[in-house]
Design a binder for this molecule. Sequence first.
Ligand SMILES: [Zn+2]
Length: 100
Amino acid sequence: MIKQRTQKPGGRKWSRERYVPKRKVCSFCSDKVELIDYKEPSKLRRYLSDRGKIEPRRRTGACARHQRALAVAIKRARHLALLPYVAAHIPKVGAFAQSS
Ligand SMILES: [Zn+2]
């Protein structure tokens, strides 16, 4: 007796070709940033998710050294209330949001 396999709906086949993303270069390295300034929340804001979390390396594209420095800078900025700790503290869409 042959057991019938239950086919999952929407099961995707993996193509022969692998998904090869473009090799990201650390933006801080290319800009030769030695020190990431925690006093510039407008710059650091880009590295926070919409929920106020620090973006992972695969999103920021930063190298290990700069990702660590970035995390420290964001944490310092949070302590000074320049950046939000939680999503509830992120200002709603308006003149104050994202820009500056
Ligand atoms: Zn780097």
